[in-house]
Design a protein around this ligand. Structure first.
Ligand code: NAD
Length: 335
């Protein structure tokens, strides 16, 4: 019999790729999403890929009544928890919004999971939990804390909450620390579809290419990096999600309690390098200006993905060029 998973934030960028991957891997998925940073069109995109529409509840994970209704209506084997706000800059402007949405929302979810004895969870954590003073590459043993923005703090709080639940309440937790997801499903039917001006670099660059935005703002060119601009570890979203399926399957063995994995490529690309890579894909110059550093950002971040390779048998396989082409295909087909 198929196992059923609750996918929070399943209409979002990474979540929608998660729904497609888990459905394809023979799971049944049930989505809850309040569409605060996504569009219902993504549900139709998933339907076009799968040939049927996944089950979807529109609503907020802070709404206990809604969660209760969902947990009453389905027997879940586990939860893949993507729902959350993710904009570093916005989190510095509105820390309480981030704590309310990410921490309170997750707390309501975990309470409901406990009440219904659903104890397996894959959690979307982030590279932002690592202390900025660490040497790179970050490993899972690198120091956490000293977060530079409230978004990262909410992820760290949730990691600690989940570790407590694993140690003291029988939860099994796969804590996945993402680096910078890019790319899209090869069908061109789902991608990052944020409300308003994108916070992530690639959708921003493509909107500039498409004439929706005038130029890319490069936040700082005085970091201690190859060309002074921020360096990040860009991981293809389809590869990233393959790591979730591997991680979920590992929890069939109840000895897995709480484990953190870095999901990244293990190599950094600067903002200017990224712009140049996109220019090669789209065959056009992308205008940009250098602006001030963005609050909460740090210069260079990339990981060692060796633990995930060794223990989950997972590694990134898609080239950055292919990721960029898939994103561009989506953008061209949908704009
Ligand atoms: N994209 C990245 O760069 C990145 C990096 C590291 C970690 N993450 C984490 O991965 C997860 C997914 O990120 P994404 O890039 O797909 O973001 P996204 O904004 O595209 O998706 C998140 C989804 O969650 C929904 N959501 C937010 N708050 C909700 C709430 N209270 N109730 C119900 N739905 C809610 C949004 O509407 C959206 O559809 C997030 O938790 C994010 O913090 C993302």
């Amino acid at each position: 019999m198929k196992k059923t998973l609750l996918i929070t934030g399943g209409i979002g960028y990474i979540g929608s790729h998660g729904v497609v991957a888990f459905e394809t891997a023979w799971y049944e998925t049930v989505i809850v999403d309040n569409l605060c940073n996504s569009s219902i069109q993504t549900l139709y995109g998933m339907e076009a890929i799968l040939g049927y529409r996944p089950k979807f509840y529109e609503g907020d994970i802070r709404n206990t009544e809604l969660l209760t209704q969902i947990f009453e209506s389905h027997t879940f084997d586990g939860v893949i928890h993507f729902a959350g706000l993710k904009a570093v800059g916005e989190s510095c402007e509105q820390p309480l919004l981030y704590h309310d949405n990410n921490v309170k929302g997750s707390l309501e979810l975990f309470k409901c999971m406990q009440r219904y004895q659903v104890k397996k969870i894959v959690f979307s954590s982030s590279a932002t939990v690592y202390h900025p003073g660490n040497l790179i590459p970050f490993t899972e043993e690198s120091r956490v804390g000293g977060t530079t923005n409230p978004y990262g703090t909410t992820k760290l709080i949730l990691e600690q909450m989940l570790e407590d639940l694993a140690l003291h309440a029988g939860f099994q937790v796969m804590n996945l620390r993402y680096f910078n997801p890019v790319g899209a499903h090869e069908s061109g039917k789902i991608w990052e579809n944020p409300q308003g001006i994108p916070n992530n670099l690639l959708p921003y660059i493509l909107k500039v290419w498409g004439g929706e935005l005038p130029q890319v703002s490069v936040f700082g060119d005085d970091y201690d990096t190859i060309d002074g601009t921020g360096v990040r570890d860009y991981i293809d979203v389809v590869d990233l999600i393959a790591g979730h399926v591997r991680a979920y399957e590992r929890m069939d063995d109840s000895r897995w309690k709480f484990t953190s994995y870095n999901l990244g490529v293990g190599r950094g690309i600067s903002v200017l390098e990224m712009i140049s890579l996109v220019e090669k894909v789209v065959g056009k110059k992308i205008p940009y200006i250098i602006t001030e550093r963005r609050r909460g950002d740090i210069g260079e971040v990339y990981c060692s993905p060796e633990k995930a390779r060794g223990e989950l048998g997972w590694k990134s396989e898609t080239s950055i060029e292919t990721s960029l082409k898939n994103s561009w295909n989506y953008y061209v087909a949908n704009s």
